[in-house]
Design a protein around this ligand. Structure first.
Ligand code: INI
Length: 154
């Protein structure tokens, strides 16, 4: 018989850390709201949630790695907004955060979820921060809970 493992989207008893960047705070605060709402709707108590603010997307990974390594959290949710329209070093910021978050997953084994918007324009970011295209923060929270549940079963 095939053993099949699937994660439920439920907060369970573990703790969730959210790292959120202040750069483009107009957008990232909406992502944070979406993530908190998602966690709470799926059973998380406020005592299970720790929010860490960092200056920008480039600083997300160092805080996320420390949180993942601490052993206190079942998952780490990374939220930020990198918007090309505003900067010449979009690619550098983007590459750093993508690679860094991927590496934390490999290094620590703690699900560390990429909830960083990478958009061409502010309008695209608004669409993904609670308007036309949903809320990427809420999606990241769902992914975190599902992965925690999957990891508990493996
Ligand atoms: N940080 C972001 O989170 N988003 C951006 O779009 C961005 N741009 O465009 O530059 C950005 N830059 C700041 C960067 O993340 C660092 O905070 C800064 O370079 C200091 O290390």
């Amino acid at each position: 018989m095939i053993q099949e493992i699937q994660g439920q989207i439920a907060a369970g008893k573990g703790k969730y850390a959210i790292v959120v960047s202040r750069f483009n705070e107009f957008i990232t605060s909406k992502l944070l709201g979406g993530a908190l709402d998602g966690l709470r709707r799926h059973g998380a108590a406020d005592e299970q949630i720790c929010v860490v603010w960092v200056p920008g997307a480039c600083e997300i990974t160092v805080a996320a790695k420390r949180l993942a390594q601490s052993g206190k959290y079942a998952a780490v949710i990374c939220l930020g907004a990198v918007i090309r329209g505003q900067t010449g070093h979009y690619e550098a910021v983007f590459q750093q955060v993508v690679r860094g978050i991927g590496q934390i997953n490999y290094d620590t084994g703690v699900p560390t979820v990429f909830g960083v918007l990478t958009c061409e324009t502010l309008e695209q970011a608004v669409e993904r921060a609670g308007t036309k295209m949903g809320n990427a923060g809420a999606n990241a929270a769902m992914t975190a809970m599902e992965m925690v549940n999957v990891m508990e079963q493996i």
